[in-house]
Design a protein around this ligand. Sequence first.
Ligand SMILES: Cc1ncc(COP(=O)(O)O)c(C=O)c1O
Length: 369
Amino acid sequence: MIRLSKSVVGRAESAAVAHVIEDIGYLGMGATVGAFEHQLEQYIGGGRHAICVNSGTAALHLAVQAVTKPGDEVLVPSFTFVATYQAITAAGCKPVSCDIRPDTLTLDLKDAERRITSRTTAMMPVYYASNCCMAKAYQAFAAEHGLRLVEDAAHCFGCSVEGQKIGSTGDVVCFSFDGIKNITTGEGGAIFTADEEVIEKVSDARLLGVQKDSEKRYTGQRSWQFDVVEQGYRYHMSNIFAAIGQVQLARFEKEFAPRRREIAQRYCELLSDTPHVKLTPMDYAHDIVPHIFALQILDGKRPLLEQRLKEQDIQYGIQYAPNHHLTLFHEDVELPVTEEVYKRIISLPMHPEVSEADIQQICNIINSL
Ligand SMILES: Cc1ncc(COP(=O)(O)O)c(C=O)c1O
């Protein structure tokens, strides 16, 4: 079987977890989380502060809660994982479904602009398939319209725009470190921001709203007498997760990123002349470290491709069912690009252990449809 995605972890991650269990002896949030956050800040740069939590969804939820108030409207592309929407409604806000651009498959600002009302206070673009080339445009749009910007960069760890890492600029940026992301902590996520108020709010909210507890936890202490002024959650990261993350971060630039880039470039080389394939152009040589590899299959041939892939035991993804189709978020809204892309999109195996033979087998199937 060729797997769609995979955690690439091994002895080094096991040893790091064993160190937490056997030597440190404290599995909750402590010094290892503090050290991982510091390493993330060094890696991403821009003087941003990193706050680690136990999922990407938790990162998005706390970020939205920190920059909005219940009842606010948040502009978001319907074409995203349901986590993006759940984070908005968890914060008591209303997701306002927007269309995507056909060239980037990310939020279309012209469409978003039409949907702004007096209640719109934030925008949440999603860097689908790691495509972050619009980051500066989203930041400029948010500034122009007085909106807070929460970037869903779950797919984008390690990607850059104009030489700056995603997370090093902008308002609030969220990553996911779930089992199959560019780096994993098992489950996990992080919020990057330079906004002191957001740093304080999300640091407290991840620890049940207990004020100023993070720094104490990093030195093995905690507050016994404290106040709570805002809704909080048990969203903090554990030392075990952080220990895995430290090893993954150390392996990322040398091992994971080059292989992911190479795989995407090989897919592009082998599929670029295929008439029934539409690729999304991306700078895999420099800016982009792809989390997924998604392409559009034209001429109604996707069902046939799905059948052929199943016959050869090759996993694929359909990412994502638009959120406005789901019962909870259902809306009669016209999103023509989203509807069309959803019929054509398919994700091919993408993880550092996909081999050249795998790529050739997959591309042969696509090219012979
Ligand atoms: C676009 C997007 N946003 C948010 C998330 C949520 O991240 P997590 O699974 O770590 O909660 C994901 C996870 O796959 C995602 O793909």
